[in-house]
Design a protein around this ligand. Structure first.
Ligand SMILES: Nc1ncnc2c1ncn2[C@@H]1O[C@H](COP(=O)(O)OP(=O)(O)OP(=O)(O)O)[C@@H](O)[C@H]1O
Ligand SMILES: [Mg+2]
Length: 433
């Protein structure tokens, strides 16, 4: 098994760059690893020493397929690695690894992706700046703000800079069952052609094998919806020229060397453009006041705008004003913002349920207060905790993007406010208590 892994790893390292002339280097590396001289390899394979020497020197550009087969036999290269080895020998582009394509796992982008011009430019620069050492960038932001859409959009744009391998994994932090890092590692290894039976048990060994696959290649890794730093750390490729784009509702502030992009709700005009992209620009242009009301009642949240837009697209005979009116009723608003698998309430649920009991209680009490923002002292008395303790709870809510904080006035007093749909969600909980 060890030899098998070593051979796969060798081919994997060579494959992304391998041109025909590099087949010779691969033969040489495999021969050295097997501790054979050229003469011994000649004996074992039944080929002439001269044939092997010419190959290793890159003078024979395209060895016969039988020659590659005899060499693979003699070197003990089997299975997936053997197929890759033989493919390299024939000079075919190294599009596959052991019959499998080299991992190019980026999902399709959002066809109607709109706006986020500054964020896209910043991320492109960070990912392709050519800084020495691996690059790690985290996109963090509220549930449904557009982290995944932005990450995939940018990853597809910078793909030519990471032509060797692109890996993608949904870590599922906000689903009911997040995927463990060791499972993600197993998935990546399978994508490299490692048989399920050859995947090591321990995650550290999995991570080591994964790193040997990606070493020396320009790899882009997209890790969507991570819980925390520990969830992603073993998945970061270490080589220069590699980049990782992580999305998470948490800021992952302790991820070594990571740059963080905080994704905020789009401003009014951009939010209207999103609604136009989803519902049709003519309809939005025909009813600007209703469009503004919808955008505001959706709290500028792209997920909510997507749901509102999808409802309008499904009912071409509706006026926008009708939906704006339906959204006015706060007790029904979240029900109106659900269509197909787009569910604003379920998205907020997953964030709310990840909070401690005291944070949940504080959130609901803050929502009972209505739309106005509050100072830390007011919040503390509302949630009935000493100020210092209250501030800790408020910080946790801010970290989870369920509470907004800003400085106000000359004394730079902190004021807290619930995002529009979080307020509506918590009012619902409060009225049911
Ligand atoms: N810039 C955009 N252009 C078009 N659609 C967008 C944009 N941003 C977000 N969306 C849409 O909004 C919805 C929510 O976006 P997305 O799933 O990326 O949010 P998220 O921040 O990853 O949420 P979560 O925290 O639940 O993972 C999706 O339907 C997505 O297509
Ligand atoms: Mg997401």
């Amino acid at each position: 098994v060890l030899a098998f892994r070593a051979a796969i790893s060798l081919v994997a390292k060579a494959a992304p760059h391998a041109l025909t002339s590099e087949f010779g280097s691969l033969v040489r590396a495999c021969r050295k690893r097997a501790r054979l001289t050229q003469a011994e390899l000649a004996d074992l394979s039944g080929l002439g020493v001269r044939t092997i020497r010419e190959l290793e020197l890159g003078r024979t550009m395209r060895p016969h397929r039988d020659t590659a087969g005899l060499l693979a036999d003699a070197l003990g290269i089997r299975g997936a690695a053997r197929e890759a080895f033989e493919r390299l020998a024939t000079g075919k582009p190294p599009a596959t690894l052991g019959g499998l394509p080299l991992p190019a796992q980026l999902p399709a982008g959002t066809p109607d992706f709109t706006g986020r011009v500054a964020e896209v430019a910043a991320l492109r620069t960070l990912l392709t700046s050519g800084r020495s050492g691996p690059v790690v960038v985290t996109i963090t932001g509220a549930p449904g703000i557009g982290k995944t859409a932005l990450a995939i959009h940018v990853a597809r744009q910078v793909r030519p800079s990471f032509a060797d391998i692109q890996l993608f994994a949904d870590l599922g932090a906000s689903s009911s069952v997040p995927t463990a890092t060791r499972e993600i590692l197993a998935g990546f290894l399978r994508a490299f052609g490692v048989d399920t039976g050859a995947i090591p048990e321990h995650w550290r060994e999995r991570a080591a094998l994964y790193r040997s696959f990606v070493a020396g290649s320009k790899v882009l890794v997209v890790l969507d919806d991570a819980i925390d730093e520990a969830h992603v750390r073993p998945l970061l490729p270490g080589g220069e020229g590699c980049a990782t784009l992580v999305t998470s509702r948490a800021a992952l502030a302790c991820l070594e060397g990571s740059r963080v992009l905080r994704l905020l709700p789009p401003a009014h005009d951009e939010a209207v453009r999103l609604l136009a992209a989803f519902a049709g620009s003519r309809r939005v242009a025909a009813e600007p006041a209703a469009a503004t009301a919808i955008v505001e009642r959706c709290g500028h949240l792209p997920l909510a705008l997507r749901a509102a837009g999808a409802r309008l697209a499904a009912r071409p005979h509706w006026l926008l004003g009708r939906l704006a009116l339906l959204l006015l009723d706060e007790t029904r608003r979240l029900d109106e913002l659900a269509i197909g698998d787009l569910e604003v309430r379920a998205t907020l649920d997953s964030s709310y349920k990840s909070l401690s009991e005291s944070a949940q209680r504080a959130l609901v009490l803050l929502a009972s207060r209505g739309q106005s923002d509050v100072s830390a002292e007011n919040a503390a008395s509302l949630i009935d905790l000493p100020v210092l303790e209250a501030e800790r709870v408020l910080d946790r809510l801010v970290d989870a993007w369920l509470l907004e904080v800003r400085q106000s006035g000359e004394a730079a007093e902190l004021r807290y406010r619930l995002p529009e749909l979080v307020r509506v969600y918590c009012r619902d909980l409060w009225s049911r208590q």
